[in-house]
Design a protein around this ligand. Structure first.
Ligand SMILES: [Cu+2]
Length: 454
């Protein structure tokens, strides 16, 4: 049996707020704003316990202030303009000037206080996904708190009971507000700096949008047919590369607030899933992977040693998620005679361009498109068009990068003799075996591949 004293003690420890003073009389902490969509350098800890800060891909970490031993942050929910890549901007909702909002970083055991000011035209709340906290701080509008009306500020305060990777997003008109880009990541560093330390620690959240070419607003009631698959509300080639020093221990933390899973794939290395939004995966329970599936409403982090220098593709393995808007409603015309089709289409639409009868690789030629959209396959590397979009970027592993140098090191200089190469061979047909006739219908002939160029 608990004595009353023990019970009060346990309750206070669980709630973690007993010793906290009320904040109503206090001045609000400043709410910093970010206007840039490029990756910002890590935010070094200025007070409190030490930690190795994360780098938010095409994003930033929210500065805080200390107030009587409590870390105070200020999130402002507001309409924002976000550039997805050069040539396309979206009108979204986010936090502190960007979608997604800034990463919130703190340390296991910290007491944090987050002020949330609502500058949206409708009410909102913030839910702290994956965090163990008092029920009344969980941010579910109507269930655990009143909704935050436009113009109002609410305070969330709780102690950080475990380290790991978490997310934040509204639990208030959720379908609309998440489809508009309201989300962000939370990283709680272990109190023990020696617990699974890494040299580079990247974080981003995945979101998807349906934005018709030539328009700016996401269609918020779409359930499945999205056309912009983003990492931190950016698409390739707008997603910054991840520069890594050869030999670095690297962690990449990925949140998924889209409505489908994403198999995230890294070339040239093997890795192990090290952390989920439920906590750290014991090392004895890890296994090697090159692709990590991130389910909906979940966080996965992987750790690896960057021991293979080069430019390594890093992307979602669903091929429709590595392309941009224009590519989603096209008919497959592979094998169709372009001449016949052009004649037929020309009668109906004289200006139309018939394309794609040999595939859709356009060799650097991009379709004419309305303002404010992106080619479906784009980007250029040192050998030509990369033909990607959406959830794709490059992990650039280089010898001799500075410890905190996150600048793009440019294209990889391959050592002589280590690049795939073309050889001169006579243009003859490779020998083919004729297939037997599948049935003996009259007139059926063996298929041969004559005339097909490989
Ligand atoms: Cu995907």
């Amino acid at each position: 049996m608990f004595s009353r004293r023990q019970f009060i003690g346990a309750g206070a420890a669980l709630a973690g707020v007993a010793a906290w003073s009320k904040t109503s009389a206090m001045a609000l902490p400043e709410a910093p704003i970010m206007e840039d969509a490029t990756t910002q350098p890590p935010l070094m800890p200025t007070s409190g316990p030490d930690y190795n800060p994360v780098v938010t891909l095409n994003g930033w970490s929210l500065p805080f202030r200390m107030n009587n031993g409590v870390k105070e942050f200020h999130l402002v929910a507001e309409p924002v303009e976000r550039e997805f890549a050069d040539g396309m901007k979206a009108h979204l909702w986010g936090y502190n000037g960007q979608s997604p909002g800034p990463t919130i970083e703190a340390v296991e055991g910290d007491k944090i206080r987050i002020f949330v000011t609502n500058k949206l035209p409708e009410h909102t709340t913030v839910h702290w996904h994956g965090m163990i906290l008092p029920s009344g701080m969980d941010g579910v509008g109507g269930l655990s708190q009143p909704h935050i009306k436009p113009g109002k500020t609410f305070v969330y305060e709780f102690a950080l009971r475990h380290s790991g990777t978490f997310m934040y997003h509204p639990h208030s008109d959720e379908m609309v507000q998440m489809a508009m880009g309201m989300m962000g990541m939370i990283v709680v560093h272990p109190r023990d700096v020696a617990f699974r330390p890494v040299d580079r620690d990247f974080v981003f959240v995945m979101s998807s949008y349906l934005i018709d070419p030539g328009t700016y607003l996401p269609k918020v009631n779409e359930m499945t047919n999205f056309n912009m698959w983003t990492w931190n509300s950016r698409v390739f080639p707008g997603i910054d590369p991840l520069p890594v020093r050869l030999g670095d221990h690297v962690r990449v933390r990925v949140g998924n607030l889209t409505m489908t899973n994403h198999p995230i794939h890294l070339h040239g290395h093997t890795f192990a899933v090290s952390c989920t939004d439920g906590g750290w995966v014991q090392q004895s329970a890890q296994w090697p992977e090159v692709t990590m599936d991130v389910p909906v409403g979940a966080v996965r982090a992987f750790d690896f040693v960057a021991d293979n220098p080069g430019d390594w593709a890093f992307h979602c393995h669903k091929s429709h998620h590595t392309m941009n808007a224009m590519g989603h409603d096209m008919t497959n015309l592979i094998g169709v005679s372009k001449k016949d089709l052009a004649k037929a289409v020309g009668k109906l639409a004289p200006d139309a361009m018939v394309m794609g009868s040999t595939g859709m690789a356009m060799g650097g030629m991009e379709m004419p498109a309305p303002d404010n959209t992106l080619p479906m396959m784009t980007g250029t590397g040192q050998f030509g068009p990369i033909e990607m979009g959406g959830m794709f970027t490059v992990m650039k592993i280089r010898e001799g990068l500075g410890r905190d140098d996150y600048r793009d090191p440019g294209p990889y200089k391959h050592p002589a003799g280590t690049v795939a190469y073309e050889i001169e061979v006579p243009a003859v047909e490779p020998p083919r075996q004729e297939r037997p006739v599948a049935n003996d219908k009259k007139g059926a002939k063996p298929v041969n591949m004559k005339g097909m160029k490989m």
